[in-house]
Design a protein around this ligand. Sequence first.
Ligand SMILES: Cc1cc2nc3c(=O)[nH]c(=O)nc-3n(C[C@H](O)[C@H](O)[C@H](O)COP(=O)(O)OP(=O)(O)OC[C@H]3O[C@@H](n4cnc5c(N)ncnc54)[C@H](O)[C@@H]3O)c2cc1C
Ligand SMILES: NC(=O)c1ccc[n+]([C@@H]2O[C@H](COP(=O)([O-])OP(=O)(O)OC[C@H]3O[C@@H](n4cnc5c(N)ncnc54)[C@H](O)[C@@H]3O)[C@@H](O)[C@H]2O)c1
Length: 479
Amino acid sequence: MTTEDIRTYDVIVIGAGPVGENVADRTTAAGLSTVVVERELVGGECSYWACEPSKALLRPVLLRADAQQIPGLDAALKAPLDTEAVLAHRDLMSSDWRDDGQVEWLRSAGIELLRGHGRLVGEREVAVETPDGGTVRLRARHAVAVCSGSRAALPALPGIEDLAPWTSREATSARRPPPRLVIAGAGVVGVEMATAWQALGSSVTLLARTDGLLPRMEPFAGELVTERLREAGAEVRFGVSVTAAERTPDGHVRVTLSDGGALTADEILFATGRAPRSEDVGLDAVGLLPGDWLATDDSLTVTAVPGDWLYAVGDVNGRALFTHQGKYQARVAGAVIAARARGDALDTGRWAPHSSTADTEAVPGVVFTDPEIATVGLTAAEAERTGRDVEVVDYELGYLAGALQYRPDYRGRARVLIDRDRQVVVGATFAGPGVAELLHSATVAVTGEVPVDRLWHAVPAFPTISEVWLRLLETRRDS
Ligand SMILES: Cc1cc2nc3c(=O)[nH]c(=O)nc-3n(C[C@H](O)[C@H](O)[C@H](O)COP(=O)(O)OP(=O)(O)OC[C@H]3O[C@@H](n4cnc5c(N)ncnc54)[C@H](O)[C@@H]3O)c2cc1C
Ligand SMILES: NC(=O)c1ccc[n+]([C@@H]2O[C@H](COP(=O)([O-])OP(=O)(O)OC[C@H]3O[C@@H](n4cnc5c(N)ncnc54)[C@H](O)[C@@H]3O)[C@@H](O)[C@H]2O)c1
């Protein structure tokens, strides 16, 4: 290798998903020359096989579910969805799996793009295997940020390689609804995709190995989603998992279940969690184990590697697997890299600019099902598990004038957790139609550590679903 093969930048970013793009944006804005290495599409999982296509599939389903209950609109909305039109809109929202727009954005932001597969090969060094079969060696003056994301984790079932099951990628990009779709896994991907494909024409069987859906959330969230899925015609089964599955000669899927039962379907989706995309990024070259989550401290620095030059940001660090949270980490990591490059001391205290404190205190998330589930901070079970002394306050959203205006058959519930010592909200869950846009009020209350007494002065407009905040305070006062 000659010296001409080596290109030097201030910062190298591996992976141009939403997180890598944001790290690069922040370091470039700080005046650091930055190259992003991408082996597939600029925009990553979120733009093409996750957030964007899934929400494009779900929006018409949720809107229709609400509108069907509104007098004057109900009759017009009884007909099935126009599946072809929904899928065409999904294609548009996924930019037809072309990344020209995002490549142009990188260019306009002054970020260099190098297409190819990047691997760490030493301290501050990355080798990139380019599409033409060549290798480009990159050297970083300051930092390398691994933003390689995550992929679907499949269960270790015999013969799964020959089964060609759906993962989140096929579930978000399929060209038509399979007549019968079995979904294994009752987390966020499982319930969102069950909601979408049942409405788009599939007969969905959703298998949860737990005794409810969305097991990491407040139990009422999963109960409400189960009710609606069943009303929509899906079969939802608890306490059962897949023990074997095979593709039959006629292309169907034969599924054997842990309860001794069996199912035949056209496709099976494994929505059984994520694994870090870290098996082939050269972790062994820096003394780490390929395939592991890349653990970091709150400044997103990989502390197991000396020298404060290696960062892991977004899904690959396993801290909070959401686009918005990865982008938050990217803003923090960008500030950390820039500060270290200038020789400035870091400010890593709680809620300080160089600490991703929200990853542990206030991760917001919305599940776009009917009804929507919006959560931030702790659940009651997490509070109990971690020994936090909290007051739990519940309110039925269907009692609110704003909820009944929104949808006359409104069913939903809200729960907030109040830290007894500090008298601040440390967790909130809203489950009901249209609650997604309510979530940020709770996120602000949790991150701002707003005293509960002050919340009495935050007056929600009438008649909105936000009045739940007032009702929760009144319920607490009167109990
Ligand atoms: C079905 C589904 C729906 C979701 N919906 C939502 C949602 O509504 N809201 C939300 O907040 N989150 C959602 N998520 C989660 C969200 O998609 C992820 O949190 C987000 O994509 C993580 O971004 P990232 O940049 O860390 O990783 P990714 O988006 O996975 O991007 C990583 C990039 O790195 C590239 N790469 C990997 N290895 C290399 C290498 N060695 N060399 C070069 N390039 C490499 C990949 O090709 C990819 O482009 C959803 C996830 C799924 C599966
Ligand atoms: N709207 C959103 O923001 C959104 C949407 C989709 C995904 N996501 C993100 O993507 C991540 C991945 O979602 P996910 O649903 O794949 O993972 P998840 O971890 O949320 O759920 C996986 C589920 O599969 C179950 N499971 C695991 N192995 C199993 C097996 N062998 N058999 C049966 N069940 C099994 C688990 O008990 C769990 O309930 C989530 O953490 C979420 O943050 C976000």
